[in-house]
Design a protein around this ligand. Sequence first.
Ligand code: G3I
Length: 368
Amino acid sequence: MEKLLTSILLLLMTVGPACAQQGLKDALGKYFLVGVALNTYQSDGKDPRATQIVRQHFNSIVAENCFKGEALQPEEGKFDFSSADRLIDYARSNHLTVIGHCLVWHSQAPRWMFTDRNGQPVGRKVLISRLRRHVRTVVTHFKGKVHGWDVVNEAIEDDGSFRKSPYYNIIGPEFIDIAFEEAHKADPKVELYYNDYSMSMPGKRAAVCRLVRHLKAKGLRIDAVGFQSHNGLNYPDLHEYETSMDSVAATGVKVMVTELDMNILPNPWNFGGAGIEQNYQYDKVMNPYADGLPDSVSTRVNSRWMDFFRIYYRHRAQISRVTLWGLTDGSSWLNDWPIKGRTNYGLLFDRNYQPKPCVADIIRLFSK
Ligand code: G3I
């Protein structure tokens, strides 16, 4: 009996630390890629504590900003891949799969993309040529180094109508087809995605599924739809969120959770119905946890994270990636949007680089 106890103790002593070191990627990686968006400070390898978390918990990364149009082609015909190439090197050193974000987006597009030298809107032919050149050059540059691309980002409104972006207004909805066609021509092996937020909205859900069917009917490659998932304590409606996953999966493509985070602060636009212009008057009310998170709220936050990850567990066969939109609460864009300088708590690791309690619960959920 004593011998048996000793061997069990020895086993626990050896296995125990390994379990304690088990990361999200070990438990969730059986089903889908587990990713995180990095800022350039992190992807330049300047934050060793960040790299330690990345190595333990993630097998994929995406650039929060340095793969966007304004960064890669700041002047027409002049490409700057320096920061993006350092991210590729960082990924290679840390055995991480790279996702490209994003080729065509109305925001953070190159400043010159939509206007001529007199500042007037360019014509359809010019913009198509500029769009093709950007997509072709960027995808070619990263051929064999990027697993998949957010080809078009946020082209559809919550009600299902097309966003009246300069791409839409000048080219028409065909800009989407052209972007997917050009990306596939540049790298026939790379995965191609459409990416958007508020995917739980029925109007957007229907329009995105229509878009996927349209692209497939034209023989264009599309592998997945990205559900950005900038979630909150009280949104999205979880039933609608799941319904959208089922609807997108039914079109024959995978579901990706591409920019997962959770805003836990009051939003100015629905704060007592007051408009955003009032937020400067309510900054204390709009920034209630500047000095830390009450236990009651922390418990609510961890529970809400489990709401989302139980959904991802149920839909694991439909999902091919879950990516967090940032590593630690301190590096989240949510601290500055929609109001600059707030203290949000939107991610899985806190400002001290420590995993929140839900991380262990998530690992347990996917390890069962
Ligand atoms: O690089 C400049 C820097 O030179 C300058 O000193 C500084 C002054 O504020 O701004 C810096 O640019 C900022 C950029 O992030 C890089 O840090 C921009 O101001 C800032 O607006 C930009 O915010 C990014 C935002 O996209 C822009 O829309 C966020 O970091 C990024 O998390 C966010 O990510 C988007 C996804 O790409 C698409 N889905 C929505 C998501 C949230 O908006």
